[in-house]
Design a protein around this ligand. Structure first.
Ligand SMILES: NC(=O)c1ccc[n+]([C@@H]2O[C@H](COP(=O)([O-])OP(=O)(O)OC[C@H]3O[C@@H](n4cnc5c(N)ncnc54)[C@H](O)[C@@H]3O)[C@@H](O)[C@H]2O)c1
Ligand SMILES: O=C(O)C[C@H](O)C(=O)O
Ligand SMILES: [Mg+2]
Length: 577
């Protein structure tokens, strides 16, 4: 449903004109300012005489972006466009979603983070640095942020699979929020990327004279916790109902922060919960194709960190819902981390890994290659998995022999190398298809082109949390949910599986194409909103009213007519240097 909100129909009253209007990305229309607007706002002469429609502007930028040689160049070009004219930026992105997503988001955003200081041009979002911790409330208080409803925050310690990028990690909240608008339809004036700069342990960044973050070893422990607490308290004070998404925190922090704050505000961790929902949703879709029910699944998770244990927890929950006892369901999981299979009593097991540690007796009679740790190879040979998920950021860890062993034991092996960016994927889909003689059902975290094999084109679905968080955000905000619950992610997973093209055709893709992420977001949002209501986390609403509630929350990149606000002032054009 497309609703033209009164926001879109009514003229917008504008306070400033001249250069100030052209340099405000939320208001700038560039060459699309009409003659009347140019006259009213003192724009004649500041712009060449040509006037264009939004569609023509999109076409012009599209030609320019396509002319560039690399996606890194395109990333910077599009960042500049976002800082120049957000309406045009989103009109371009939404009309060419599958082409633009790999540029503004994964995988190119990873390089953007690594080179953040090299190409620094213009600030977007808020940088909260530990040395200025006493200024947080003052920084947040600016009237520019009065309308903020959604914040994505990172401290840059685990940027995709690229490790600690210090302040470069700001690229991640910026990219995620671009998808909140492009896919979820949230108004960009209500979104805010935030970076918590607590230093970095990336020596290359510390040694780099161009590095623009706080040049200090990463602060940890009580000082870190107090800093995060100052941020959260200031944010609660400023925007009591804000949605806060934690993104790309390292393993030690991600779950701890989520548990600390999940009952205090509207918040979730995307790497733990969003990833779990997209992986579980994809698995549900894959089960249609493989015909293997939950009770017959044997699952190997490689990388028992935030994403791995988040995924395991949600799939376990679904297995129990499908009728397995909790103990039975647990036995289906084999979680492998850097020290091999997680087994009970293993030294160094983290709290969130404990539930997925196998009892020693369950693996006592396994045939193993060596006496040391129980390797991934031992696990695959003995556990005979039907599904193997990679969230380890270890490229090549799903090697030929391993995959061939897995494929020898099951008809349709499901293999998901979900680590990002492309360079960190556990395997290349082309290899997986070849090593399994085309039998594999595979999907990846980063985008890959389809693989041709045996006269058939294998579409490689992008099992990325981008299928979940824009809709989750839209859903909770549209109905005013007070908390984000695990049940919402379970509902999101089911909603994703319900729109899987593979439900109708086993040769079709598991997930709808990325071009349709706006529709996906609506489906996820509806499921999340209903779940919020069913769990008593928002006020009641009728199902029939939901499409309108969601549509009202959706902003579209169109230009509104501008008129002068009473008190309009023309900012002086001459800087008094
Ligand atoms: N597709 C998606 O939507 C999605 C979502 C979240 C995370 N990810 C990707 O998953 C990866 C991990 O993210 P995370 O948040 O879980 O990070 P994390 O650091 O919490 O977990 C990674 C885990 O891998 C383990 N590991 C390292 N080397 C290993 C090895 N040789 N064998 C087995 N395990 C090993 C680490 O010890 C750690 O426990 C990243 O590359 C990230 O980009 C993808
Ligand atoms: O950012 C992504 O592409 C997905 C995920 O959040 C990740 O950390 O890899
Ligand atoms: Mg992430």
């Amino acid at each position: 449903m497309t609703v033209q909100s009164s926001d879109e129909i009514d003229p917008l009253e504008i306070e400033v004109g001249g250069r100030a209007l052209l340099t405000e990305p939320l208001l700038n229309k560039g060459l699309a300012f009409t003659v009347e607007e140019r006259s009213a706002f003192g724009l004649h002469g500041l712009l060449p005489p040509h006037i264009e429609t939004l569609e023509e502007q999109v076409e012009r930028r599209l030609i320019a972006v396509r002319r560039l040689r690399t996606n890194a160049e395109r990333y910077h070009f599009l960042s500049d466009l976002q800082d120049e004219n957000e309406t045009l930026f989103y009109a371009l992105i939404t009309s060419h979603l599958s082409e633009m997503l790999p540029i503004i988001y994964t995988p190119t955003v990873g390089q953007g983070c690594q080179e953040f200081s090299d190409y620094w041009r213009y600030p977007r979002g808020l940088f909260l640095s530990l040395p200025y911790k006493d200024r947080i409330a003052e920084i947040l208080s600016h009237p520019r942020y009065d309308r903020v409803e959604t914040i994505v925050v990172s401290d840059g310690e685990r940027v995709l699979g690229l490790g600690d990028q210090g302040v470069g990690g700001m690229g991640i909240p910026v990219g995620k929020l671009a998808l909140y608008t492009a896919c979820g339809g949230l108004n960009p004036a209500t979104t805010l990327p935030v970076f918590l700069d607590v230093g970095t342990d990336n020596q290359a960044r510390l040694d780099d004279p161009l590095y623009i973050g706080w040049r200090h070893a990463r602060v940890r422990g009580p000082e870190y916790d107090a800093f995060v607490e100052s941020f959260v308290s200031a944010l609660e004070e400023r925007w009591p109902n804000v949605l806060l998404q934690w993104e790309d925190f390292a393993r030690g922090q991600a779950g701890t922060l989520l548990n600390r704050y999940r009952d205090r505000l509207l918040t979730f961790n995307d790497d733990i919960q969003g990833t779990a929902a997209v992986a579980a949703g994809t698995l549900l879709a894959a089960m249609h194709v493989s015909g293997v029910a939950f009770k017959d699944q044997r699952i190997v998770i490689v990388g028992a960190g935030s994403a791995g244990c988040g995924i395991a927890k949600l799939i376990l929950h679904q297995m129990v819902e499908s009728g397995l006892s909790e103990a039975e369901a647990r036995r289906r999981f084999h979680a492998v981390d850097i020290d091999g299979l997680l087994v009970e009593g293993m030294p160094g097991l983290l709290d969130f890994q404990q539930p997925f540690a196998q009892p020693r007796e369950a693996v006592a009679d396994w045939k193993r290659k060596g006496a040391g740790k129980i390797t991934l190879e031992d696990v695959v040979a003995n556990a005979k998995p039907t599904l193997m998920i990679g969230v380890s950021a270890q490229p090549g860890i799903f090697h030929e022999e391993l995959v061939r062993t897995m494929a020898a034991n099951v008809d349709r092996p499901v293999i998901m190398p979900l680590s990002n960016p492309t360079s960190r994927a556990e395997a290349m889909p082309k290899d997986l298809v070849e090593w399994t003689d085309g039998r594999v059902i595979t999907c990846t975290g980063s985008p890959f082109t389809p693989v041709e094999y045996g006269g058939r084109l294998h579409v490689i679905d992008q099992t990325n949390n981008a299928y979940i968080f824009p809709g989750l955000g839209l859903g909770v905000l549209a109905v005013g949910a007070r908390r984000v619950s695990d049940g919402m992610f379970a509902a999101a997973a089911r909603a994703l599986a319900a729109i899987s093209p593979a439900r109708k055709d086993p040769h079709a893709s598991l997930l709808p194409p990325t071009d349709s992420l706006r529709d996906v977001a609506i489906a996820i949002a509806a499921a999340v909103a209903k779940r919020a209501r069913d769990e008593g986390l928002c006020d009641a609403f009728e199902d029939d009213d939901l499409p309108l509630l969601l549509a009202k929350k959706q902003w579209r990149p169109v230009y509104r007519l501008y008129v002068k606000k009473p008190g309009y002032r023309r900012i002086p054009q001459r800087p008094d240097l």
